[in-house]
Write a protein that binds this ligand. Structure first.
Ligand code: SAH
Length: 228
């Protein structure tokens, strides 16, 4: 009967979450060229599975949220976070996120040491994100329900603005709320179906803009975004 034992497979065990997260950081983020140790530490520290209720929380893919919205694949969240890094680092930086969704991106920014304000137009998503953030230990994040295309002037100026929904152009109020010396904004800009990740850096009255990777995000809907 020896052959039977030999051929028996170990029972399929789901991979423990912290192992899956470590693998996500190595195989999806570091191996694709994002190597800032602080960024990798933060992605290794935030429990993504508390924000997306799916067995695929650490998979290399975007996942559905409530209200027809989507959380980006881990690499894209990392790419945007890396592109928005303030010149002096994240510790003590002021960050504005537009599109709270699950709260995961906000948690990453908080883990990096930023003071985070995040705006979401769907109240139920914002409330759910608030519970997830608290469960994950990030109750310092300030959540706002409203049209994020207008920004959040009372928290300005921001070292970093990350827009996690796609618009036809960068909303003017968000540019005005960037810190004049070195403030950075990252946002997918394009049509409703296809966009390019766009980075804008403010240097005094000058805005330096660059277009990077092709991406697909859900639409930014509001006064300075797409219509309903
Ligand atoms: N950053 C999120 C994913 C965001 S998905 C995460 O980490 O999970 C994009 C989100 O942008 C959606 O929840 C959508 O409702 C929101 N959104 C779209 N237009 C918006 C607007 N004008 N203001 C605020 N949120 C908006």
């Amino acid at each position: 009967m020896d052959w039977l034992r030999y051929h028996r497979r170990p029972r399929d065990q789901p991979e423990p979450m912290d192992q899956a997260r470590g693998r996500m950081v190595r195989e999806q983020i570091a191996s694709r060229g994002l190597t800032d140790p602080e960024l990798l530490r933060a992605f290794g520290a935030v429990s993504r599975h508390l924000f997306v209720d799916s067995e695929f929380a650490y998979a290399d893919e975007a996942l559905p949220l409530e209200a027809g919205q989507t959380i980006s694949q881990p690499y894209i969240v990392a790419l945007m976070t890396d592109a928005a890094r303030p010149p002096g680092g994240w510790k003590g930086a002021r960050a504005l996120e537009i599109g709270t969704g699950s709260g995961y991106q906000a948690a990453v920014l908080a883990e990096l040491g930023a003071t985070v304000i995040s705006v979401e137009r769907h109240r139920e998503l914002s409330e759910h994100a608030g519970r997830c953030l608290a469960d994950a230990g990030y109750d310092g994040v300030q959540l706002v329900v409203g049209d994020g295309t207008r920004g959040w002037p009372s928290g300005a100026p921001y070292d970093a603005v990350i827009v996690t929904a796609a618009g036809p152009s960068v909303p003017q109020p968000l540019l005005e709320q960037l810190k004049p010396d070195g403030g950075k904004l990252v946002m997918p800009v394009g049509s409703r179906v296809h966009q390019e990740l766009t980075v804008v850096e403010r240097r005094g009255s000058e805005l330096v803009s660059s277009r990077r990777d092709p991406v697909v995000f859900v639409p930014l809907i509001g006064e300075y975004g797409f219509g309903e």
